[in-house]
Structure formats: C-alpha cells, structure tokens
Design a protein around this ligand. Structure first.
Ligand code: 5GP
Length: 146
C-alpha cells in the first residue's frame, strides 16, 4: 500500500494563513468578510486567481457551509471579471484535495484559470513577473468594483 504524505491538521504557518494575517504580500483581487481572492504567483495561465475562505480549512472536508457558499460566490465574481478582462468565455475552476491530488498549500483554495484544459500550463512551476501580476490584479479589481 502506498504511504500518503497527507496533511490533515491545519498549520497556522501555511503561506495563505500568513497572507490572511497580513504577514506576506499578495496582489488582491477581491476581499469580503469571509473570503479573499488574489493572484497566483506561479500562474498556469495569465490571470490565474486563487480564492480562499477566512476559515482554517485544510481541504474541502473541513469547509463549513457558510464559507463554502462564500467561496463559491466570490469565485463567481472573479470568473465574471476574468471573462471581461481577458475577453474569453473559458475559465477553469479547479481545487485539489490532498497531496496525492497535487495540493501543495494546505489552506483550502479554489483556482480560477482563464485557460482551456488542453492549454493549461504546469502546476506551481514558473513564477510570474511581479509587475504583471499587479497590473492584472488592478484590472480585475476595477471590474469587480464597478
Ligand atoms: P495547490 O497546489 O495547493 O492546489 O495550489 C497552491 C497554489 O498556490 C499554486 O498554484 C501556487 O502557484 C500558489 N502559491 C504558492 N505559493 C504562493 C505564494 O507565496 N503566493 C501566491 N500568491 N501564490 C502562491
């Protein structure tokens, strides 16, 4: 039987927890009382956004219903903004549960990637230019705020 390197308890020092605590910078796209959306630093396509709940959840198994609903509604806002900014219909919504699935940050998050399943770049490999991320975040923010 394969041994799993599975994380089941929430680590308060994970990178997204540090963002929520204001200890690490990020390019914000949207925030409300239950969620935060920001640019993925190693995007699988231009405009790759992550949506996280303000709840200590490792993966989907831990997510409370009110946060699940809030993440979905924020994801909808972000996806609509991506459609407008990138002038494309196709946006991938992806979410990985467990290291066996490829999850690398153990704070629940939804990926929203303006791409096609046939063109998707590699997962968490190539770091984007910081100023490009800042520009895209501003464009998405402006559309969501409008
Ligand atoms: P997972 O593999 O857990 O589904 O996805 C984690 C995502 O977080 C990856 O797409 C990766 O590029 C992104 N990521 C990892 N570290 C950072 C970081 O420090 N800042 C941002 N904005 N994204 C990160």
């Amino acid at each position: 039987m394969t041994e799993l390197n599975q994380q089941t308890t929430y680590d308060d020092n994970n990178i997204f927890a540090k963002m929520l605590d204001g200890d690490i910078p990020y390019h914000k796209v949207y925030e409300d009382d239950k969620t935060l959306a920001f640019m993925d630093i190693m995007p699988q396509a231009e405009g790759h956004v992550l949506v996280i709940p303000k709840q200590k959840a490792v993966d989907l198994a831990d997510l409370e219903p009110e946060y699940a609903a809030a993440v979905l509604m924020t994801s909808k806002k972000v996806m609509q903004a991506q459609r407008q900014v990138f002038e494309r219909e196709g946006v991938i919504q992806m979410q990985l549960n467990g290291s066996q699935a490829g999850q690398t940050v153990f704070h629940y998050h939804v990926h929203l990637i303006p791409s096609s399943i046939h063109e998707l770049g590699r997962h968490a490999v190539t770091q984007a230019d910081n100023s490009d991320l800042a520009d895209i975040a501003q464009k998405l923010l402006a559309v969501i705020d409008a």
